[in-house]
Design a protein around this ligand. Structure first.
Ligand code: FAD
Length: 306
């Protein structure tokens, strides 16, 4: 039934892809190959993350400009406010607006280790949303946390924080990745019940490196369910099988989400295209080729005819 209903989604699903600025020539090649491979899927936008260190900031700008100049894609820079002055942020926003960028993912960013237990930050993401809106009428996406942001005192506080970001002008929230789909669905319901009416776009992370995920998920407060531990067990030295498992897990996840009415998906690509391409394919997101309709006969495999 799930597979059947997916065919009816053709043309109705929006996807966006997230990349990060590469830090070597080899990774640069991988990134551009991935961008080219995914471009044909006509994503709504592609976003590029923003790091705390100055060098990474420059790299974000460079990748955004290159996507703008060399592809048909809509590039969307991430921007963080932690450790930056208001003047600096205004300057960056003005530059983006002048160069034709109309959409920004506005974030606070992670606090440097030495500041984590000391003073509260000068700016939160909501302040950045307000600052950007004061510069120009940007479209703004913000972050949402179905399993609660690690620094939030409780879930309700975090939800109110999201509402503040939306009330300040954000028109979309992109979620932290998650594996417990029920948690996301309950969070989406709670957002609606709290008067947050923007799309809470699920962030989909195809997991190819399970041990790295375990390190990262504890920092981000994301639950890795027992069934995932069992699935990846014994595959530490078997990247090919891990890839197949990763695609399967993510395809199952998007199928359930699509059945629950989700029509926008954001992919944490980690600068790779193969898994994201396959997952999009399963959602009917394809290169200008309509998929066959449910009332048509399934095409017969050529080997069967021969
Ligand atoms: P905020 O919305 O400001 O919330 C941060 C925390 O502060 C929450 O716990 C919130 O409840 C709490 N809070 C809010 N207001 C107050 C207040 N007044 N007093 C006390 N507590 C308060 N990081 C990067 O460095 N670069 C990126 O490009 C990047 N991209 C991301 C993309 C997505 C889709 C997501 C989900 C995360 C991304 N991150 C990125 C990570 C993000 O920067 C961190 O999760 C960061 O710790 C919080 O950012 P935020 O925008 O959610 O912050």
């Amino acid at each position: 039934v799930l597979n059947q209903s997916l065919f009816e989604l053709s043309g109705k699903v929006n996807v966006s892809f997230e990349f990060f600025p590469p830090n070597s020539a080899e990774m640069e090649t991988t990134l551009w190959n991935s961008i080219k491979r995914l471009e044909v899927l006509s994503p709504k936008f592609v976003s590029v993350t923003y790091g705390a260190a100055n060098s990474t900031r420059e790299r974000t700008h460079r990748i955004i400009s290159k996507i703008q100049a060399e592809t048909s894609l809509t590039p969307v820079p991430h921007l963080t406010c932690v450790g930056a002055s208001k003047e600096e942020l205004i300057h960056i926003a003005q530059d983006y607006w002048r160069s034709g960028i109309r959409h920004i993912v506005a974030l606070r960013g992670d606090l440097p280790k030495e500041e984590q237990d000391s003073n509260s930050p000068e700016m939160y993401a909501v302040d950045l949303v307000k600052l950007l809106k004061s510069v120009a009428d940007f479209e703004i996406s913000v972050a949402a946390y179905p399993e609660v942001h690690p620094e939030a005192p409780n879930a309700q506080f975090d939800l109110i924080n999201l509402k503040k970001k939306v009330d300040a002008g954000a028109s979309r929230a992109i979620s932290q990745f998650f594996f417990d789909t029920e948690t996301y669905l309950r969070y989406r319901d709670r957002c609606l019940a709290s008067g947050i009416e923007v799309e809470i776009v699920p962030g989909i992370l195809p997991v190819t490196n399970f041990s790295q995920l375990l390190k990262f998920s504890s920092m981000t407060n994301v639950n890795v369910p027992g069934w995932m531990h069992r699935l990846y067990q014994g595959l530490d030295n078997d990247p090919m099988t891990r890839n197949l498992i990763a695609a399967n897990v993510a395809i199952e996840q998007v199928k359930v989400l699509a059945k629950e009415g989700v029509r926008d998906f954001h992919f944490y690509t980690l600068n790779r295209s193969d898994l994201t391409y396959a997952i999009c394919h399963s959602l009917g997101v394809r290169e200008n080729k309509p998929i066959y309709q449910t009332d048509q006969e399934e095409p017969v495999a050529e080997e069967a005819i021969a």
